[in-house]
Design a protein around this ligand. Structure first.
Ligand code: HEM
Length: 142
């Protein structure tokens, strides 16, 4: 039961990240009023959807991996999967922090600082996607 739930939640997380990428592309550079809406929207999605998905994927993943560790049956594919999973989780937590910092700058009208954090958030976002796709592919092929 845990495994399909884990895969379902992981798929929802990937979908959430892809939708975020689309609304970022649609609203960035369309004027400060749109960028303020974007910053607020992204923070809400992180808080109510992406954050809970991330946490539930980590919890279900750890529940699945515990007996495998206990049986000392961690093979190289699973090790690689866990590295990608850790990358996805840590990079995404950092991204969520950057989304909040970016929102604070947008609300304060500090647009130079907003741009700086925005650039960094998109670079970390690309790493999240690498981690997600790596864990999904290795989870499925194992
Ligand atoms: C703390 C983080 C995670 C842990 C500990 C973890 C652990 C695991 C384990 C142990 C398996 C079973 C592998 C097997 O025995 O064949 C698995 C399967 C899987 N994981 Fe994760 N995982 C984590 C995060 C992720 C992430 C971030 C994704 C990608 C979005 C992901 C996607 C999958 C998928 C698609 C499967 C295959 C499920 C199936 O075949 O039904 N996992 N995971």
């Amino acid at each position: 039961m845990e495994m399909p739930l884990h895969a379902l939640l992981a798929g929802a997380w990937v979908g959430c990240v892809l939708v975020e990428a689309l609304f970022e592309r649609a609203l960035l550079g369309q004027g400060r009023d749109k960028e303020l809406i974007l910053a607020r929207l992204h923070w809400k999605v992180d808080l109510f959807i992406e954050g809970p998905l991330l946490a539930s994927v980590a919890v279900t993943g750890l529940l699945i991996v515990r007996p495998i560790f206990a049986a000392q049956a961690v093979d190289v594919l699973l090790q690689a999967k866990l590295v990608f999973a850790a990358l996805a989780i840590l990079a995404n937590i950092w991204c969520i922090r950057l989304v909040k910092v970016r929102l604070n700058y947008a609300e304060a009208g500090e647009w130079e600082a907003f741009e700086r954090v925005d650039n960094s958030q998109h670079r970390w976002g690309a790493l999240v996607l690498v981690g997600l796709l790596g864990s999904a592919i290795l989870g499925l092929v194992r």
